[in-house]
Structures are given as structure tokens and as C-alpha cells.
Design a protein around this ligand. Sequence first.
Ligand SMILES: [Zn+2]
Length: 422
Amino acid sequence: MDKSATMQTADPELMRAINRFHVLDTLRRFEPISRVEIGARTRLARATVSAIVSDLIAEGLVREGLADEVAEGTGPAAGRGRPRIMLRMNPQAAHVVGIKLSLHQIAILVTNLKAEVLLSLVLPVRTERIAPEVIADLLEDGVRNSVAKAGLRLGDILGIGIGVPGFIDHGAGVVTWSPIFGRAMPAFARMVGDRLGVPTIMENDVNLVTLAERWFGQGQDIDDFMVVTVEHGVGMGLFLNGELYRGHHGLGAEFGHVKLGLDGPRCRCGQTGCIEAHAADYAILREAARIIELPDVTDAFAAHQAIAEVTRLALEGDERLAALFTRAGAALGLGIANLCNVLNPARVIVSGAGTRAGSLLLDPLRATMETNLISALQGRIDVLVEPWGDDVWARGAASLVLEGIYRAPWSRVDRPKALIGA
Ligand SMILES: [Zn+2]
């Protein structure tokens, strides 16, 4: 954080944009906060902070504290001289919509500038059975309805973020492969954006959870962490050096398709030996079907119920079913250890519905990970479990849009490199 604030650059406009982002981000994280405290946390000069805060107040993004909030100051400079004015974000200054597409449902929510949920809507839809155009139609109706119920108009919505499982080219807004769309490669973000007349961006759903962890969760205090999600598939979000890591083609961190061997079980992606094919819900169901009677789990609703049932039986003591979770946990632990040995994150956050298996999955995960870490890292990487629901995924989608708003002045400085510093 402080790195950028003290970065040397010859371009004053770019410098102002960077400083503004840091002031806004500090406000969001530590409000109510005084100008002096913002200066201390960002290491920006008092005059710089004052100028930026004046702009933010003029834009309606930030408000000065009411009289009864003035006395609350407890920061480093509290208690000296005249009372300090405390600053807060104005949560109503902007509204966004977050959407998560799953195989068995669509979750939509409307949030304010602080990603507080104003309204959420869940549509039970088997998305993989319907054409992208029809999903876009459903989203259009769902968003219009949710926005109206939240007491807003579409014109009040600054952006829509959509989380989709699979390989998503974030930059192009294109789905390269997804269990929902297959290989249809629809420019789905544009399909939705055009229907509603609102800027729409799309991202891999796990990247959204990672962003939400950074904004609100277990990743607020560290710059290097990974999020592993276990659900119908296995996903990963990487936060490295304080940024979401997307990779050169926007397809980075496809942990679910890291191979655990030269051969192995067949994966949904068409290849063999992927971690998903060992540890995801569908992999466990495939093995469970050899042990107990299961309904046809090619149906997303049925699969959703069946995995909950298999987990319940395993937790209640069915040893053959419990062994499936032990193996899945060990496969995840081995994969995570491999990545930790490469990237050395401070923390690994495990999330998703798969964590409902609790210690059945997580104990072997931790044990196998620990055994396979290089010795210098053993005992030094936290593994935390975050049993998050659908709202949080969609809230991550909202964060994606909010991040863009927070960074807006930065992205506006979009001109040929040769001109920077001229
Ligand atoms: Zn695969």
C-alpha cells in the first residue's frame, strides 16, 4: 500500500489518481477516520490528503462526521487541540449489482458503495440446460426486478459484475469454457450489458470470492494469499503482491485442472488426472454411486441434493463414504502444497460448499499439505476455512464493479506510454 504512495513518477495526474485510490481505500477500511489519520496511514502530506478529501466530498463519495461523531477520534493524534472532523464513506453515493451463475441457480444482489446488500434474489434455474441468450433474458428481468425492489432505478446502477465458473477471459468479457456454457464462447457480459444499458463485467467466480476476501474477509491484512473453493468444481483465486493475479491470458490460477499424475480420472474439461476429477463434488458423487444408490446426478438440482446427502451419511459414520472425502482432502492438500512451494503465500483460505464435510475433508487436506511442503515452510502457512454462501459470491461480483469505481481516475489516465511524463 505504502509502496505506491511513495512511488516516484513524473506524471502528476497519474500520481493524483494513485493517491486518490489510497485515500479512498483507507477511508473504506478504517472509517470513521480523520484527515490526520489518513495522512498517517497513507504517508501522504497533509495538504495532499486535504485536497483529495475535498474532491471526494464534492463528488458526494465522502461525508464529514456529524457533531456527535467528532469526539470519537482515538487515533494517534487524538486529544490535541481543536476537535477533529471524522470522515465516512457515503454508502448511497453509488449502487452496483452482483450476480453469481451456478449450475443450479442464479443469485442476484444489489449493493451500495460499501458492498452492503440492499436486496438479494435467488432464481432456481438449471443454467446448463438453457441457451446463453435465455440466461441473459432471465438476468435482465431479475436485475430490473431487484433494482426496483431495492427502491432504485436502472440509471442508479453504475455497473454489473457477473461471476461465472470456468475459464473466463476477464478483459474480453468472453467465456472460453464453462460448465454452464460449454465451449459456446459467448460474449456474455455484452449480452447482459446491452439488454440493460449498464456497463457489465464478467469474471471467474473464484476470483470474485478472492476479491471479497481482500475487501471484507481474511485477506485484508496480507498481500499474498490463495483462496481454494471446493464445490461442483475446484477453483482458486490468487492474490499476489497485493493484486488479484490473472495471468497473461486472464486464465491464471486454474488450480482445479492442475494434474496430480500422468494419468488418472477423467475431468469435466476433457483431460485426465485433474485435481477436480479427484476432489470436486462430481468426483465424489461418481465414486459414491459405486457404493450407494444415487439418483441420476447429471441433473444439477439432483447433484446438489445428492452431495448434501452423501456428506451427511459420511459425517454420520459411513466409513466407505467417509474414505472418499479423505482421498479428496488429500488430493487437495497435495495440490495446495505444490503451489505453496512455488508461490509461498502467507495464508490459504478454503471455501465453498464442499467445506460442509468439515474435518472429514479438511484434516487430510491439512496433513497432506504439511507433509509435502518444503521443510522451510512447514508450520508457517495458515489454512483457514470460510464456509461462504451464495450471497458472498455475488457480493464479490459487486466488489469487482466497486473496485473499478474506486480506481476510476486511475483507469482514466489511459494514454500512450510515450506521453506519460511529457
Ligand atoms: Zn480438468
